[in-house]
Ligand binder design. Structure first.
Ligand code: FMN
Length: 204
């Protein structure tokens, strides 16, 4: 549910939203990697049967005009992206009254970016990247916990496993939704064109 707290819709005036560079607005809304907990992002890919697939991932960073996430190379989403390198993504902040949705083309991050983001992950997620595979899943819970504790003790410092991969979405359309406690909500849609971004103001 949308709530009208003090912060609701207060971070960017609607007029600015129509003239601002959407990359600048995303930079304002998405924290820099390592500065706070990563946002949770709904990520949709195209299944090989043509139906959309949806799950949540951490939004690792917004850099160079692209939204980055990181995952396991053996995951279904990676097979889907390799088959159809397109994705849609969305983050909502209900308490602030804002949301962005975007879609665009997907490509692999470079290895320096992957290593940098892995280093920003907390210890639990670094371990998870190593230990969240099919052989672990097949073990009973106590054996999983034992294997986890053993690996943790034996590896005080970790670098990314080979299956840790990053992807960037370069948006072709970005839509910002902003709540307004004194009136209707408003969306601003930016569509990439050869002349820059085309802007449309939309209801809803
Ligand atoms: C809070 C939360 C954060 C998650 N973060 C990630 C992530 O950053 N990367 C990832 O691959 N999966 C993440 N997952 C797990 C995915 O939602 C998903 O279950 C998994 O990646 C397998 O998806 P796939 O089979 O569609 O590829 C997260 C799940 C939750 C609930």
């Amino acid at each position: 549910m949308i709530t009208s707290g003090n912060d609701f819709g207060s971070d960017c005036a609607p007029e600015e939203m129509t003239t601002i560079d959407p990359a600048e607005l995303l930079s304002m809304w998405i924290p820099a990697a390592g500065t706070s907990a990563p946002l949770l992002m709904a990520l949709s890919t195209v299944g090989t049967d043509g139906y959309p697939r949806l799950r949540h991932v951490l939004l690792s960073e917004f850099a160079g005009g692209a939204v980055y996430f990181h995952t396991d190379a053996r995951s279904a989403k990676v097979a889907e992206i390799e088959a159809t390198p397109r994705a849609a993504a969305s983050v909502a902040w209900p308490h602030l009254g804002r949301q962005f949705t975007l879609h665009g083309d997907v490509s692999r991050a470079d290895s320096d970016e992957e290593k940098r983001i892995y280093a920003h992950r907390g210890r639990y997620l670094q371990l998870l990247a190593w230990l969240n595979d099919a052989s672990m899943t097949a073990l009973p819970e106590s054996a999983r916990h034992d294997a986890w504790a053993r690996f943790d003790a034996e590896h005080p410092s970790l670098t990314p496993p080979a299956d840790w991969v990053g992807y960037r979405i370069i948006p072709t359309v970005i839509t910002f939704w902003r709540g307004d406690p004194e009136g209707p909500s408003q969306r601003v849609r930016f569509t990439a064109s050869s002349d820059g971004w085309r802007t449309e103001v939309l209801p809803g």
